[in-house]
Design a protein around this ligand. Sequence first.
Ligand code: C5P
Length: 243
Amino acid sequence: MSFEDNYESRVIVALDFKDRKEAISMAKLFTPELCKIKVGLELFVSCGPSIIEELNSLGYKIFLDLKFHDITNTVIQSCVTASSLGVWMLNIHSSSGKNTMVNSKINLVNNNYATLLLGVTILTSLDENDIDEIGYKNDIRSQVLKMATLCKESGLDGVVCSAEEAKSIKLKFPKNFICVCPGIRKKDEESNDQKRIITPAMAAKNGADYIVVGRPIIKSKNPLESLISIKKEFDNGLKKNEK
Ligand code: C5P
């Protein structure tokens, strides 16, 4: 099926706000046809699970980005509880280990949740110096590929990675192993705390399935216009891949 036939927005807007009203007003500027919504730690910690219900009632598919990283039982129970809120996608840190990832996915399936479960690899705010300082022996590319392999072997649906690394992940694994890519900036745009950034066009070229974009949209003078422009660049890249 072609990109056009199978159309759904591949842009996930990160609603990184503390304030419920601000988050909801921003969500109301967009539509579920234009984007999906990411609820991360800041919004979830300040508003709690009811924010998911509110965004669901606006028709959005929600990626709950809490990057669970804990002992096996705690992560499993958190995944099942998060799925009961009606989220479309959620994630675990892959350094939680294989046993935790395998059993989290099994528990979701056994409880009849179709929630997509992703593994976080190396955060896009880290560069080679940072991961060397933490103590990883590999460079970023090999470490991300190693973690992605672990996620795939654990039965997860995909990974969160930089679109720089999506290319090698897509070469190694089947097409339906999802790459969700943050660290997206248009050419010459402020990178903020992100260290591994890439444009929407390059992200598409490298095989990103979804891009996660926060500040370039939510801090923009015209968030709707920024979303439309980023989406257009990404969609054009996805269409080119089909040729
Ligand atoms: O504002 P910006 O576009 O940099 O936001 C990126 C979003 O993606 C943030 O909400 C951040 O928490 C999230 N994220 C990330 N890197 C990851 C996983 C999630 O930047 N590896």
